[in-house]
Design a protein around this ligand. Structure first.
Ligand code: NAD
Ligand code: IPM
Ligand code: MN
Length: 356
């Protein structure tokens, strides 16, 4: 089992180190190989996704990714910015299906910014399309506005687009996932305004014909953002496009107590996967031992389940995380009165001990 380890920037190296520690404690045999990515790779090799890093990722059975980005690269031309590394990996490996499970551990009910009764028992799965939408649509760029009231002025533009097969395959992923859960899918769109998302809605409804045992409803994204904080437990599986999924998953993370709790898996047609926390490089807390490594550790558990065929090991990690939370150990982002504050490495050590 060959795992590519791509720590990246900011808190990336700190949180990935803890996930690697946990993987090594499982007693399984992995071949782990690290490579620079993001700003770290730009510094080392002049590009956020150097060929050697991409080749390592392509040759691995799974990729464990930290995070990329730092404000200091914001002035670089777009192709050289750290974020292009994760976008490039998703595109190059065809990782179109992004799973972001928002689960509120019973011990963290009080850490959420919502009332405990709204989040107790919460278990939502966001299925985010990851290789299309306005993120990748061409054309894009800057120019002089060719027409309209601001003709001749500088303008910038991006293109939102989805092809039928792209929508069909992510819809199937969502319906299949719902079959393992409560059999409810909410497709989130903006069909009332955007042609791309009227098409999305139509295609999802067509695919639904093959899944009569799953309940499908449609919701506009603005309403979905509101419903997520009003009555989040009404959702089971949410399927949506790349940009809406990005925004809604950060919102959903707070239902679980912290963005530091939300893992993710990004899979392609061959079930090869990239595993990363849903959050970013958090430059504001980097290097201070303040980062919560649990989203990354839980992403490693998803890796064992989805790409490495080690479901028991995945369950061991998830159970260990539950035990550590039950012991009252908390990084600052999930700390509350009566719990013990630990740093990033202490949290990783505690998970290792709790593996038993
Ligand atoms: P962010 O997710 O990095 O941070 C948002 C807030 O959440 C910050 O206050 C941060 O301290 C906190 N936070 C995030 N992860 C945490 C953790 N594990 N433990 C405790 N607190 C945590 O988002 P941002 O500040 O908007 O972006 C910072 C950089 O990260 C940008 O360059 C952005 O492009 C990049 N980014 C990268 C990824 C990725 O690599 N997949 C994802 C999101 C953002
Ligand atoms: C995420 C991040 C990325 C995204 C950025 C860093 C490109 O926010 O993984 O959620 O927007 O997909
Ligand atoms: Mn995001």
């Amino acid at each position: 089992m060959k795992i590519a380890i791509l720590p990246g920037d900011g808190i990336g190296p700190e949180i990935v180190a803890e996930a690697v520690k946990v993987l090594k404690a499982l007693g399984l045999t992995f071949e782990m190989q690290s490579a620079p990515v993001g700003g770290a790779a730009y510094e080392a090799a002049g590009h956020p996704l150097p060929p050697a890093t991409l080749e390592l990722a392509q040759s691995a059975d799974a990729i464990l990714f930290g995070a990329v980005g730092d404000w200091k690269y914001d002035k670089l031309e777009r192709a050289l910015r750290p974020e292009q590394a994760i976008l490039g990996l998703r595109k190059a490996l065809g990782l179109f299906a992004n799973f972001r499970p928002a689960i509120c551990h019973e011990q963290l009910v009080g850490a959420s910014s919502l009332k405990p009764e709204l989040v107790a028992g919460l278990d939502i799965l966001i299925v985010r399309e990851l290789t299309g939408d306005i993120y990748f649509g061409q054309p894009r760029g800057r120019r002089k506005a060719p027409d309209g009231p601001f003709a001749g002025a500088d303008e910038a533009f991006d293109t939102m687009r989805y092809a039928r097969p792209e929508i069909e395959r992510i819809a199937r992923v969502a319906f299949e996932a719902a079959r393992q859960r409560k059999r409810r899918v909410t497709s989130v769109d903006k069909a009332n305004v955007l042609e791309t998302f009227q098409f999305w809605k139509d295609v999802v409804s067509e695919v639904h014909q093959d899944y009569p045992d799953v309940q499908l409803d449609h919701m506009y994204v603005d309403n979905a953002a509101m419903q997520l904080v009003k009555e989040p437990k009404k959702f089971d599986v949410i399927v949506t496009g790349n940009m809406f999924g990005d925004i809604l998953s950060d919102e959903a993370s707070m239902l679980t107590g912290s963005i530091g709790m939300l893992p993710s898996a990004s899979l392609n047609e061959k079930k090869q996967g990239l595993y990363e926390p849903s959050h970013g490089s958090a430059p504001d807390i980097a290097g201070k031992g303040l980062a919560n490594p649990l989203a990354t550790i839980l992403s490693a558990a998803m890796m064992l389940r989805f790409s490495l065929n080690q479901p028991e090991a995945a369950e061991r990690i998830e159970a260990a995380v539950g035990r550590v939370l039950a012991q009252g150990l908390r990084t600052p982002d999930i700390w509350s009165e009566g719990t013990s504050s630990v740093n990033t490495a202490e949290m990783g050590d505690a998970v290792v001990r709790a593996l038993g």
